[in-house]
Structure formats: structure tokens, C-alpha cells
Design a protein around this ligand. Sequence first.
Ligand code: UTP
Length: 418
Amino acid sequence: MEKNEDIIKSLKMYNQEHIIKLLEKLDEQKKTDLLEQLNDIDFHQIMELYENTKKTIEIKENKIEKIAYLDKAKLTKNEKEHFMELGEQVIVSGKYAVVTMAGGQGTRLGHLGPKGTFKLDVYGKGKYLFEILAENLKESNKKYNTIIPWYIMTSKENHKETKEFLEKNNFFGYDKNSVKLFRQGELPLIDIHGKMLIGKNLKVKEASDGNGGVFSSLRTTGMLADMKQKGIKWIFIGSVDNAILKMVDITLLGMAIDRNVQVASKSVIKANPEERVGVFCKMNGHPKVIEYTELPEKMAEEVTNNGELKFGESHIMCNLFTIDAIEKISKEPLIYHSAFKKNPYIDENGKEVIPTEANSYKFEAFIFDSFELFDDIAILRGKREDDFAPVKNKDGVDSPKTAKELYEKYWERQKIKI
Ligand code: UTP
């Protein structure tokens, strides 16, 4: 009882009176459910996140420099062989695991259901994004005579559907016992006045806390312990929506081992200064990815002596971490960025509102904000046509149409190589 009064007090203090009104209208069971949820919400954190949406990020005071990278296409034969040998040893000795981040909302694509259940229209018959990933991993398993443990991060929102989908499709032939699903954390969505949205279930509407949530959720869900128990040393963490993502790149892995770093990442050249991608740099001496929204135009256009963009290595969600790095990051709070998105909600009269324009903030931690916790990371420049076919937007750039083309062309080239 006392606890409930405290919640009401907090709701008043933090400008959430609409929820008090809602509580008054609910039946006992629904009221208890909502109060239970509210008890777990950190109102102060939500208020701080809201205040931060009003601030612009100043990067001027920071010292930003170009970051070093190696170009995969320009490695010497010896270098390449050495890296590949080092990388291969890790895979064949069963010390490698893959994490797929599949907890996103996929709002830009607008597909109903988890993004991994989206069918890319390749080769007439089509393939689901999860199917493409499973096929790629199975191929590596065959090549290295192993079974790579595969961890899939879902959100509370899409967990059930993802699980059912994978089970229904028999994990696309992947060894079931080597696949583990885990849920990421969530944060409330708030409107432009800082009020938490209410969902159809008459509870506060929450959404996954960004792909940076992967580290803490790996730990809190016991996946990190599971990896340790299996003797895993290196973990690849990638997205669900890149149709030609290389989850097992022994050159990247070997390079990381050779450079004695805890984190490595694959990049591709930024197509032009305006491309909407995050780019690698060093900020105040530490590796970092600056989002396109945060990189001043002048810097985005800067070129080096050899005519390349100074900040031209794009981050493509193709990252490797040692298990120690994950453990370390999982205990550090990453900053939250806000994204202004379209989110349906229930209004004060109990009616569902489906907005036609963005109406609310979602708070997300980004996986790459973890890089600055390290002195250095290794970056390997890949090739766009070999490494990056993202499915982000419904049409236009980075859409199913462009990804299909890239996917088919890539596999066409592989056939010719064989
Ligand atoms: P994006 O940041 O592109 O988000 O995710 P998204 O959900 O796919 O698409 P939009 O922005 O809503 O249109 C990059 C990768 O990170 C995962 C996504 O599933 C994708 O693999 N992700 C994103 C999560 O796992 N959790 C999150 O909270 C956000």
C-alpha cells in the first residue's frame, strides 16, 4: 500500500499525471499489473533522458582524429596467411561464438513481425533474413568442422514470435542445441512533453534499449556465463539485417589477435560525404564511431593527401570482442541516444492513436559507444560489395531491392570463383 502511494507521488513529481488518471479507471488486476511495472521504472532516469533530448551534442571541444585501419584487399600474402592461420585456430578449437542482434523494431522497413522473419526476394523463391544467417553459419561450420554456438538477441516485444518462427522452421537446419535466444532490456517511450506512452495492454509502452543493450543483457541473462563455460574466447556481434554479413571472417579475427586488441571491427568506405552512416575516428585518443547526424559537414567532407575521405571508414555492425571485453563493457553504463519515431499509443480516452508522423522518443544505447572504453581497436576495411547489403528502408537506398541485388551478385561471384 505504502509502495503504491510512493509510486503515485513519483508520478506526480515526474509529470506523469495521465498515468494516475489511467490507474483510477482500471480494474483491480490491471491496476496491480501497471503498478508492478511502474515499481520497476526509474523515473529519474526517464526524466534525465527526456532532458537530454533537448540538448545538442557538441563535438567541437573534442579532439577528433583519423583512425588507422588495414585494407583487406591490400594485405601482403604473408600478412593475410598469418592472420588467417591465427583466426582459424580459434574457430577450429571451438573458442568462437556468434551473437545476432535481432531486438530492433525495424520501423523504417515497416515489416510486420521481427526483422529476421522478413523474406528477401532472392532467387525467385526468397529467403528469410534468419535463413540467410543460418546458411552462412552452417557453411562456416562445414568449412571448419565445428558447430559455432549462435546466440540471438530478441526484445520482449518480439521474443515469442522469433522463437516460434525459428522453431517452426527448424532453425533452418542449424543445430538446435547450439542456438540460444535471450532478451534485451527495455526503456519506456515518451512523448514530446516527457510523458510515458501507454500501450494497448494498458501498461507503459516500452521498447528495447538499443543494440548497445547487448552487453548487459548477455550478462544478466546468463549467456556470458554459458559462453565462459563453453570456453569461448572471441565473440562476433552482428546485425540481423545485412544479407551478406561475414560472421566468421578469419582474417578479421587473426588481425585482432595479431594486434593484441580486445575489439575489432570491419568497415567499408563511406560512399560519399552525405551517406547516412556512422564513421570511425579517434576522439580524445580513444576509438569511436561518430553518427552522421553528429559529424559537422566540414569534417564529413575533409579529404586526406591521397584523396580519401578523412572520416571515411563506415561502421557496418560487424564487430568482434574478446569475452573479457564483453564482461568489462557489460558492467559500464553506455550513454543513451534518443531516436524520434512513430509509435502507436492509447490516449486518455482509451482510444488507440496510430500516428502518421514521429511522435515519441525511443532511447537507445549503441554498440559502438563501447569502443571508447578501450585504448585501441583493430579496423579492417572490407569491400561494400562483399560485406554490406543492409535491409533498412522500405524503398530506395538500403532497401530489400538493393540488398537482393547485392546478395545475388555476391553469390554469383562466389560461383565464378569456385
Ligand atoms: P537499427 O539501429 O538499424 O534498428 O538496428 P532497426 O530496429 O533494425 O530499424 P529501425 O531503426 O527501427 O528502422 C541495427 C541492428 O541492431 C539491432 C537490430 O535488430 C539490427 O540487427 N537492434 C537494434 C537490436 O537488437 N536492439 C535494439 O534495441 C535496436
